[in-house]
Design a binder for this molecule. Structure first.
Ligand code: SF4
Length: 213
């Protein structure tokens, strides 16, 4: 299940419910990616962004995090505005977009039914999040999109949740890194204005200022 690189195999079977959903999607949509979605970005990056899990018709279809559904629209527009990407995001994994000093992954690599991974699945997939963090030698900042990503990142770093509660635009110092939080840039959150463009950009402005100082 775990490749020597620390990445999940395309047929990773550690989460039975997600494997069953993967197989159903493979049958229904054989042209889709339908596998654990790999990280996207710069291995030498100082910034790692951690989302929740692939969307069924987004990253699960295209094979690239936050690509192909509405969750990527605000994220990639904002990354471009704060010089964390080069090229034009066009909702396709072959759109030529490159990330600069930035890497994106998810707390859970496989698409969950109704976008809701359960606790066992989040815990199971953390080994791959920890492997990602461990291989990024220049890493300084992790941005967590949503409370589930926040909790899994803190557990991956060995930080007690009570010592660093989730909050939009919160910043937490850990022994090794700085962790920022944002509400997830999902369509639900942007449509309900729980997360506005201005709120999201303010988080990235703070991260950019910290990296540039
Ligand atoms: S969610 Fe992670 S641990 Fe679970 S099957 Fe997918 S890659 Fe494996």
């Amino acid at each position: 299940m775990i490749l020597p690189s620390g990445l999940p195999a395309k047929d990773c079977a550690l989460c039975p419910r997600l494997v069953a959903y993967r197989h159903a999607n493979q049958s229904a949509q054989p042209d889709w990616f339908n596998a654990p979605v790999p990280c996207f970005g710069d291995p030498e990056a100082r910034l790692l962004i951690v989302g929740l899990a692939p969307g069924v018709s987004g990253a699960n279809r295209t094979g690239r995090p936050f690509t192909g559904d509405s969750a990527g629209d605000l994220l990639y527009t904002t990354l471009n505005k704060y010089q964390f990407s080069k090229g034009v995001y066009d909702k396709r994994s072959d759109d030529g977009l490159h990330l600069a000093d930035c890497m994106i992954t998810n707390a859970v690599r496989c698409v969950p039914p109704q976008n809701k991974p359960n606790r066992a699945e989040i815990d199971q997939c953390r080994v791959f999040l920890q492997a990602r963090i461990a291989t990024m030698e220049q890493l300084q900042i992790i941005l967590c999109l949503g409370g589930i990503a926040h909790d899994s990142v803190l557990r991956a770093l060995g930080v007690k949740l009570k010592d660093a509660p989730f909050g939009h635009a919160a910043r937490h110092k850990t022994p090794s890194l700085t962790v920022y939080d944002s509400y997830h840039c999902s369509r639900y959150n942007t449509n309900t204005r729980r997360l506005t463009t201005q709120m999201f950009e303010a988080v990235f402005a703070a991260i950019r200022a910290r990296l540039d100082r």
